[in-house]
Design a protein around this ligand. Sequence first.
Ligand code: GDP
Length: 173
Amino acid sequence: LENHEEKRDYVFKAAVIGDSAVGKTHLLSWFTKNKFCFDSKSTIGVEFQTRTVTIEGKVVTAQIWDTAGQDRYRAVTSAYYRGAMGAMLLYDITKRPTFDHVARWLEELRAHADNSIVITLIGNKADLVDQRVVPTEDAVEFAENQGLFFSETSALSGDNVDRAFFRLLEEIY
Ligand code: GDP
């Protein structure tokens, strides 16, 4: 995959957001296999990870930004969202408040990001079936009303993770 970078067609920037401990870091690590990068042009040192994939015959590098801690994140909001074409907005299916806060995250996205940004709502920790408190139907209805894609994932087992990212990247493309 790394060899593809020489003939890369596109770089798509995306952001992973949501409450603390919903699984953002794990989801991103699963998708990128921990290939850490640093934004060399930035003085604030926001971290992102990349993975190069093929979408409809084009070589696309997904450059995915991680919040790397809420405090630090507050100071870099605008840089974080600048140029983002996609966003993964996570909640934890076992923690109702993390789902209730999704509306607030959407407001922030719509205030700082481009209007055309593609957003996927992600109900993470889907492996914790016995602890589920957010019904899938609630999230599906919310996503439909807000014009978001929706997936349930497990960043622990990797279930649906690639599929959710690929769908986001295909939609950006
Ligand atoms: P972040 O603060 O949103 O980046 O969350 P982390 O990725 O650090 O995850 C927070 C905690 O949830 C960690 O203890 C993870 O092991 C756990 N976790 C993350 N994703 C999943 C998942 O899909 N299933 C389960 N069971 N645990 C998860």
